[in-house]
Design a protein around this ligand. Sequence first.
Ligand SMILES: *Cc1c(COP(=O)(O)O)cnc(C)c1O
Length: 515
Amino acid sequence: MSFRSHNLGSNQCAAHEARAHRQASSSSCYSPQFPCRHRQSRKGRQQMTGPQSTSTYIHCSKREVSANGVNGDKSSSAANNDAGHADSPRKHSLATRLLHPPKVTQDPYGAVAPPLYQTAIFDQVSAVRCGPYDYTRSGNPTRAQLEAHMADLEGAARSFAFASGMAALSVVLRLVRAGQHVVAGDDIYGGTSRLLAQVAPGLGIDVTNVDTSDPVALRQALKPGLTRLVMLESPTNPRMQICDIKRLTELSHEAGALVVVDNSILAPVFQQPLALGADISMTSATKFIGGHSDITGGILSVRDPELATQVYFFQNAEGAILGPFECWLAMRGLKTMALRMRRQAATAAVIARWLAQHPLIRKVNYPGLPDHPGHAVHAAQASAGGSLLSFETGSTEASRTIAEEAQLFKITVSFGSVSSLISLPCYMSHASIPAEVRASRGLPDDLVRISVGIEEPEDLLQDLQQAMQKAMDRIGMTAQAPAADSQLTAQTDREQELLERVEVLEARLQLQDKH
Ligand SMILES: *Cc1c(COP(=O)(O)O)cnc(C)c1O
């Protein structure tokens, strides 16, 4: 038998195999008198024939990066009649692959939910040779299953699951040695900002923050030969600026730097950084992968196998792994990720348009709006505007009132939950950035950030409307707010989605014309 795991490759143990055989032959599931339904052939599927078969273990090396890369989630053209066959050269769309991961664990019972290996250690058959797993920090089948699934979704050689997004980013920082240099955006996640401003210097790492929506600024910040890492976010958080991932990656590679894209806001459903050339994609599983605000986790997906080996070294050496149960919850979250994210993005687009008309709002930051300065670049590299948006009212008092009076929006940091969330970043997620730095980066105190959940769009709009009315009363503003029902929400979600796709295609054509 071949008991190959995603993590440990061909690291096999003959004695372990022998025991697995013994166990398998005594198991009723493999007895001819006790036929197992799960072993029967289904049209277009590979058979599960017990541990003797290697056919169910699909290696990441066999996986192909989606031909249409960035828009893997909407490749309806990739769907074909025999696409269910694992050897088919055409891949299913991402939404389907969320439900059909490559299998790397061995399960004789055909469990539809992945088995949970809630164990720290694994009994070895031989005292001198190791089986595929020995200690959960080094490898665990449940984590291997999640990591293989993420690698498939991201088009990575390998993915790695960590205890949090920050634990994942800390490992990325380990790839930089003392004396080397890092370039990062100037509107980045608060925790990343703290890591770079307060941890990196102690490691002897020099950091430059630049406006990554401007390729010229990035080029000027790069120190060829010295810059080891460029950390990008697009959209940025919380101002939702867009950077041209492909262009910046080319510039960074020319200078000899690795590129990591923090893709937490869009996740692979809407944007696939590795297909745009990035070396590492980071997604905080605390956000859309978990989706229900019940886990923390972070995933690194690495394009190059050698770089992946380095990342694995640090994952194992420093040990900030994601525990088996959290991996299991993350896999449960993955199944509905496309469904949730599409619904959340469609509602966010409606809310963004409504806010843009509201007299209390000075500015709405949402890359799905056509007048967003990064709209065309965003449309070319992502397939939706996402469900995170921010806006300015010009008054901290008004912003605070909106956050506190909105009943359906929980006042909290974070995003990507099925529940709608609201926050004032300068007082919450980004409070660790000193006030003067925030000011210099154009991060105003009255900025409100909304993460749109899966509630009924009409209810969210009505709730925002009443909260904003109270905010206007509070600051003595009299103006007519746009209706929260009627024409805006009359469009069905489907119409909305179609319109957005047309916009994306148009923008891509425009961009092609320019090149
Ligand atoms: C949340 C977040 C992180 C950190 O992830 P944790 O799981 O909270 O450690 C990093 N980057 C971005 C953009 C995030 O939103």
